[in-house]
Design a protein around this ligand. Structure first.
Ligand SMILES: Cc1cc2nc3c(=O)[nH]c(=O)nc-3n(C[C@H](O)[C@H](O)[C@H](O)COP(=O)(O)OP(=O)(O)OC[C@H]3O[C@@H](n4cnc5c(N)ncnc54)[C@H](O)[C@@H]3O)c2cc1C
Length: 324
């Protein structure tokens, strides 16, 4: 059974892993140049070496027993390590947040820079349409995207699944990345300082070299109000707020830039995953479980199990018809 998975973030990769374990053939598609989605890392050259910024998800916490086991495996593989600065239960990818999705993606068929804009269901199976390319046929399709992006693809084929996605909106997040020649004074994590919800010294995480690199997230309210503003103007405003928090000893940055996460933190439907066996179409993502890396992982695995159960039932039915 060939399954197309649109989105190679945590939920899509977790779904692919379970499908592959059961002998199905996942093929992932992502519009970006790499895996990980919001588990993202940006590297920027400075006069003092490469500054590394985990500019999306900051750390992960494992509550679920199966996810704790998975985290142990990532640690053994050298892809994850604790981050004591964020608390006794906080973990990060090593040497970057996207090391975990890269580790998970090893061996999978993935088409990068492929923005899937529509799906077509024909008698031979599902086809994915992106600019200049049609891929297929596939026996099933998994949509592993933020709710707003999932809604656009689901709406063409299943209004009830699309409605769940539409009713589960996300909040945006403007992120400042800035690096300094000298380590800034004070703690490595700052929270809830006016329009700044979170700021973290990236090189306080395991395996990060280079200059003192800070990721600074604006609050959801401020990000919403300034969503369509120019990137450099937003970077300048956030830098001004951040340096005022640090105080008079804050030097000029070596580099600074901003990134807009239009769909950053999900609200949640609590549905786990969506699967329509008759259509062979489903959706997974953090918005179906919890707005976290763990939530995305759990959703991807749940959807894979539902696909496998349907696939196994289909095979039993076929065998019974043959013997009958
Ligand atoms: C600023 C920020 C801070 C966060 N902090 C934390 C944290 O500290 N701890 C935590 O646990 N979680 C955190 N999160 C949330 C966490 O990152 C997400 O819950 C999780 O990574 C979601 O995974 P996902 O697979 O559901 O979606 P995504 O990671 O969004 O993956 C979706 C993928 O689909 C691709 N895509 C989108 N549209 C298309 C298309 N049409 N065709 C092809 N590909 C497409 C994207 O490129 C992306 O790779 C944070 C998120 C943000 C943005």
């Amino acid at each position: 059974m060939k399954v197309a998975i649109i989105g190679a973030g945590m939920s899509g990769l977790a779904c692919a892993a379970v499908l592959a374990e059961h002998g199905l053939e996942p093929h992932l598609f992502d519009k970006s140049r790499g895996v990980g989605g919001r588990m993202a890392t940006r590297r920027i050259e400075t006069t003092l070496g490469t500054a590394t910024f985990d500019h999306g998800a900051q750390f992960l916490v494992a509550h679920d027993a199966a996810f704790q086991d998975e985290l142990r495996r990532w640690r053994l593989a050298g892809a994850a390590a604790p981050w004591p600065a964020a608390g006794g239960d906080a973990w990060v990818g090593v040497p970057a947040t996207n090391s975990i999705p890269k580790h998970m993606a090893d061996g999978f068929a993935i088409s990068f820079e492929t923005h899937v804009h529509s799906l077509a269901r024909r008698p031979s199976g599902w086809f994915l349409q992106s600019v200049g390319r049609i891929a297929g046929p596939y026996d099933a399709v998994v949509i592993a995207l933020p709710a707003e992006q999932a809604a656009a693809l689901l709406g063409m084929h299943c209004l009830s699944m699309a409605r769940v996605a539409v009713e589960t909106p996300s909040t945006p997040c403007w992120t400042l990345m800035c690096a300094f020649a000298e380590p800034l004074p004070g703690p490595s994590i700052l929270q809830d300082r006016g329009i700044i919800a979170w700021a973290a010294r990236n090189n306080s995480k395991a395996g990060r070299d280079g200059p003192d690199a800070w990721t600074v997230h604006a609050t959801a309210d401020w990000s919403s109000q300034h969503l369509e503003e120019d990137k450099q103007a937003v970077a300048a405003t956030l830098l001004d707020h951040f340096t005022r928090i640090i105080g008079t000893r804050c030097p000029d940055p070596l580099v600074h830039t901003a990134h807009r996460w239009r769909f950053a933190l999900a609200s949640t439907s609590g549905r786990g995953a969506l699967w329509d066996a008759a259509l062979a179409l489903g959706a997974c993502g953090d918005w179906l479980v919890a707005p976290t890396i763990e939530g995305a992982w759990l959703s991807g695995r749940q959807l894979a199990r539902e696909i496998i159960e349907g696939h196994d039932l289909g095979r039993v039915g076929t065998a019974q018809r043959r013997t009958g």
